[in-house]
Ligand binder design. Structure first.
Ligand SMILES: NC(=O)c1ccc[n+]([C@@H]2O[C@H](COP(=O)([O-])OP(=O)(O)OC[C@H]3O[C@@H](n4cnc5c(N)ncnc54)[C@H](OP(=O)(O)O)[C@@H]3O)[C@@H](O)[C@H]2O)c1
Length: 236
């Protein structure tokens, strides 16, 4: 799969890029600045032997990706959507954006459409399948050697086929992926991140996450071997 990550130069984008590349995907890093994207793609290529990384503008990335991930700050979300609309028609767009309040990251500033993912769906139109995912998993977790990651990722969207594509991609990150229903539920998934950030602060940890119990039949994550670690499988 060719996965374009818009804002792939940031913490979240780079962390996703590493793990997806390790699973055999080609990653196109997008940025507002072409040079910056090329530099990050080169750095990632050095880091992940055999990983396939390309870089370019967000526009180039949006055009080249089969699946397009929005990994920009919430401040840049709306503008990027308007800019990318024509280039992502007919594609699956994964929105990981959490609309955190710019002055207080344990509070949220939801857009008028309801959630960031719903804003994306509204602005991109009905021919784009927006799927909300990965909001509740800190980038720190992907960067750790932990494999599979001891967290669940909740995935929501209105198109069953698109959602399945994303559930499979999430498993490739080494995370258990759970179908969390329609895109309307993105408001809860995005909102949960603010709760987790508050928990991090109160308990002095970096990356609290969620795990759903009572789902023995959910597929295990695909093992991802990070450099210097052993492949392992957790038992659920
Ligand atoms: N970090 C996490 O643990 C985490 C976890 C779950 C979800 N998320 C979500 O993932 C997204 C990215 O988070 P992050 O931590 O990676 O953020 P970040 O490192 O602060 O920024 C990501 C990228 O956003 C781009 N950007 C910044 N301002 C922009 C603007 N005004 N317009 C367009 N692009 C802009 C920048 O790319 P260029 O300068 O190269 O264009 C930057 O590298 C956020 O929406 C966040 O809520 C993050």
């Amino acid at each position: 799969m060719k996965i374009a990550i818009l804002g792939g130069t940031g913490k979240e984008g780079k962390a996703l890029a590493r793990r997806w590349a390790l699973a055999g995907n080609t990653i196109f890093i997008g940025s507002r600045q072409r040079e910056k994207a090329l530099r990050i793609a080169e750095e990632l290529s050095q880091e992940i032997r055999g990983g396939r990384f390309e870089g370019g503008t967000n526009e180039e990335a949006a055009e080249k990706g089969e699946v397009v991930v929005l990994a920009v700050t919430s401040r840049g979300h709306r503008g990027l959507l308007l800019q990318m609309r024509d280039r992502v028609q007919g594609k699956v767009v994964i929105d990981v954006t959490v609309p955190l309040h710019p002055q207080n990251p344990t509070r949220l500033a939801f857009p008028v459409e309801g959630s960031a993912a719903q804003e994306a769906q509204t602005l991109l139109g009905p021919d784009v399948n927006v799927v909300g995912a990965l909001h509740n998993l800190s980038a720190h977790r992907y960067d750790e050697a932990e494999n599979p990651i001891d967290c669940d990722a909740l995935v929501c969207g209105d198109d069953a086929g698109a959602k399945q594509v994303v559930l499979d991609l999430v498993r490739e990150l080494g995370v258990r992926a759970i179908d969390a229903g329609s895109l309307e539920n993105a408001v809860f998934l995005e909102g949960m991140t603010a709760v987790l950030l508050g928990i991090n602060r109160r308990y002095g940890v970096k990356a609290a996450c969620v795990e759903i119990s009572g789902l023995p039949h959910v597929l295990k994550p695909v093992g991802t071997r990070l450099p210097g670690t052993q492949l392992s499988q957790k038992s659920h």
